[in-house]
Design a protein around this ligand. Structure first.
Ligand SMILES: [Zn+2]
Length: 329
């Protein structure tokens, strides 16, 4: 199986070289996009450090007891901390427990691994408590912090860690992975890749959120000829998604992307598109765009984002959006 990290060859090369020469630092900070593979990489590193039958690039074999337990989340020497609760904080008590666990000898591992996900959510006192561990790390342990907001990690912590940047993946690579390994049809794979911002995990989360289905709804609404028909379809769609969601960020991003692609189509033509290719509805709107219409659309999107951010009733916020978009059409 080796590392199994799609598109992260350079990062893997750095880590495996450090392991090979016995120079892996005791504290590693993995930075990169949310859903960009940091946690998978941390787990692959745990397996590489503890595999009983590593393949020749210091990669985990994927089938020894250690690899299997790590994959099944039952490895006794791997501990993960992540933010919990409404405040989404990592408390000082959790850091203290982690420090205590670090003091014990491993159950079966060569190297115990402690992962702190979203380390930017460490409170001030929790961060202070962690400093001591970073200054005097136990010899048989590795601490891996992950964050999507490197700037939010205090310098005192950052300077004591070896930082590894996990880069975003090219859109084509995400699209090919979604189609090849996850069986998506080409247009869906291209849409999710374009919306993912380079994070494969984000693309997969978008699949679970029925984003392709929403895209088709959007095309249906925008492509309907008469405003009353459009509005009926729009209500039907919002009604459908309101039942399932309390987070409308994905929908807002989808609306923005729909318009961005349509404007690209109008200004630069087919070649400029990033997503699944133009729907007839987009071609139709692209032909009618002018600065006045674009201004109205941008204002409607900004107002929608503001309303949703202020927890205005989503039906009302979306209703205003559609009415503005279709107003003088
Ligand atoms: Zn193994």
């Amino acid at each position: 199986m080796a590392w199994g990290m799609i598109g992260l060859d350079r990062v893997v090369t750095v880590l495996r070289t450090l392991i090979e020469f016995g120079r892996l630092p005791h504290a590693i900070l993995l930075t990169g996009l949310a859903g960009g593979g940091k946690n998978s990489l941390a787990r692959a590193l745990t397996a590489a450090l503890n595999c009983s039958n590593p393949v020749d690039d210091c990669g985990p074999c994927g089938c020894c007891p250690s690899c299997l337990k790590i994959a099944g989340d039952i490895y006794p020497d791997l501990t993960t901390l992540a933010p919990i609760g409404r405040a989404r904080n990592i408390s000082i008590d959790e850091v203290r427990s982690l420090r205590q666990a670090m003091a014990f000898r491993p159950f079966e591992a060569r190297t115990k691994v402690f992962i702190i996900r979203e380390a930017d959510r460490l409170g001030l006192d929790a961060g202070q408590a962690l400093l001591k561990t970073l200054e005097e790390p136990p010899p048989d342990s590795v601490l891996i912090l992950t964050t999507a907001s490197e700037a939010a990690i205090p310098d005192t912590i950052r300077s004591r860690c070896f930082t590894v940047k996990v880069p975003p993946l090219p859109m084509e690579m995400i699209s090919a992975t979604l189609a090849g390994q996850h069986g998506m049809i080409g247009p869906e794979a291209r849409l999710l890749a374009a919306l993912s911002g380079g994070a494969l995990g984000r693309a997969l989360a978008l699949e679970s959120a029925d984003t392709w289905d929403s895209w088709q709804w959007l095309n249906r609404i925008m492509g309907a000829g008469e405003t009353p028909v459009r509005l009926t379809l729009a209500w039907e769609w919002i009604d459908k998604i309101s039942i399932k969601k309390d987070d409308f960020t994905t929908i807002l991003n989808l609306l923005r992307f729909w318009w961005r692609e349509t404007i690209r189509l109008a200004v630069s033509g087919l070649e400029a598109l990033e997503g699944p290719g133009p729907d007839p509805a987009q071609s139709c709107w692209a032909a009618r765009l002018n600065s006045g219409v674009i201004g109205r659309i941008m204002a409607a999107l900004a107002r929608l984002e503001d309303s949703l951010g202020r927890s205005v009733n989503p039906e009302l916020a979306f209703g205003n959006y559609w009415l503005t978009i279709f107003k003088s059409d």
